[in-house]
Write a protein that binds this ligand. Structure first.
Ligand code: PXP
Length: 243
């Protein structure tokens, strides 16, 4: 499995003081040296972490694959069509939430979703929908023309180590297989960490995991390079890393 590193919380830390440190582009360069598959950023409506200028600067870097998470708004569509990231993950967004709390309701706004992705696909941007492991949502995505889904692993991550883990895990696995039978490619992410990520290997043919908070949190103690290398090793099948 490939690793996409979400670097939003480098910007969260930077914005805490309003200056330039830690520098987002330095973080991107470290991730690039670790040969991660993508750099993921979520440009939120309130710009609470990553800012437009960060995304634009990352997009200019050679050999960096940018995966832009964004809400399905006209403002974001315009921005995306201008900067043309390699990939876009469409996410729901509520202003007050601490992080993306649930998957996008594609089934409830199918014609809007279809219209929204059309110009993005025409620009050869790889589009995915961030959805809960839900058959109705997968059915809906399969009608939009988007080639990817990203499964929301939040419920599984929260349930990890409890009696609810197995059900949450089987829901993810079943949804991934169901989606693949529709010809969709499947990514996953949210709440994954150095422990719960290992079970992702039990799900066949996952393409990429997008992981942010746990990597940035670990980097405080061991440095970003080591934190990324450890997670990349786990994504590639290592069963443990030195901690
Ligand atoms: N994937 C998506 C679509 C997300 O919205 C997020 C959080 O921004 C992530 C992955 C990464 O989640 P975490 O920071 O919990 O690893």
């Amino acid at each position: 499995m490939l690793l996409g590193v979400n670097i939003d919380h480098i910007a969260t830390l930077r914005n805490a003081r309003g200056g330039f440190e830690p520098d987002v582009l330095t973080a991107v360069r470290i991730c690039k040296e670790c040969k991660v598959a993508s750099i993921t950023t979520h440009l939120r409506e309130d710009r609470r972490h990553i800012k437009d200028a960060d995304v634009e600067a990352i997009r200019m870097l050679p050999r960096v694959r940018l995966n832009l998470e964004m809400a399905m708004t006209d403002e974001m569509q315009e921005f995306a069509l201008r900067i043309r990231p390699h990939a876009i993950c469409l996410v729901p967004e509520k202003r007050q939430e601490l992080t993306t709390e649930g998957g996008l309701d594609v089934a409830g706004q199918l014609s809007r979703a279809k219209e929204f992705v059309k110009p993005l696909l025409e620009k050869n941007i790889e589009v995915s929908f961030f959805i809960d492991p839900d058959i109705q949502q997968i059915n809906a995505v399969s009608k939009t023309g988007a080639p990817f889904i990203e499964l929301h692993t939040g419920k599984y991550s929260e349930a990890f180590g409890t009696e609810d883990e197995e059900k949450a895990f089987q829901d993810l696995k079943g949804a991934a297989i169901f989606a693949q039978n529709f010809g969709l490619k499947v990514n996953a992410g949210h709440g994954l960490n150095y422990q719960n990520v290992k079970r992702m290997h039990e799900i066949p043919h996952l393409v990429e995991l997008n992981i942010g908070h746990s990597i940035i949190a670990r980097s405080v103690f061991v440095g970003l390079e080591q934190a990324v290398k450890e997670m990349k090793a786990l994504c590639e099948g290592a069963t443990h890393v030195d901690k």
